[in-house]
Ligand binder design. Structure first.
Ligand code: CO
Length: 134
């Protein structure tokens, strides 16, 4: 069921500084900031040859990233995103195996305009997992 690693998301305390570091120090192809009000984040995607990095910065006071940055003031890995072909089938298979889906349990539209779901980190070795239908 699980497909490619779509991206690794890193929460950052300074989006401009992080983007500049990837652009200049690492020579990466860095995209433009995108606001995602439904998810409470501003994101910048960085294209790597085999996957992407998603820089995450809080958008709004209720952003889920605020608490993460309070606990991790220098930033840190926030989630990994795996591709699946059928997100509802993947969700049903995972919940049958004891995983909990965050939020309503229904997919939301994610940063790439495709349906996404998040799985509870306590059910995945302490790692927040995003599933994206491709
Ligand atoms: Co993501």
């Amino acid at each position: 069921m699980i497909g490619r690693l779509n991206h690794i998301a890193i929460a950052v305390p300074d989006l401009e500084a992080a983007a500049a570091q990837y652009r200049t120090a690492l020579g990466a192809k860095v995209g433009e900031p995108q606001d995602e009000p439904d998810h409470g984040v501003t994101v910048i995607f960085i294209d790597l040859p085999n996957t992407k990095i998603e820089l995450l910065y809080p958008l709004g006071e209720d952003s889920p990233i605020n608490g993460f940055l309070e606990k991790n003031p220098s930033g840190g890995i926030h989630h990994v995103c795996y591709e699946v072909e059928d997100i509802l089938a993947a969700r049903d298979q995972l919940t049958e195996h004891g995983a909990r889906v965050l939020g309503s349990g229904e997919p939301k539209i994610g940063a790439h305009g495709k349906p996404v779901l998040f799985l509870h980190p306590k059910d995945f070795q302490g790692t927040l997992v995003e599933l994206e239908q491709v």
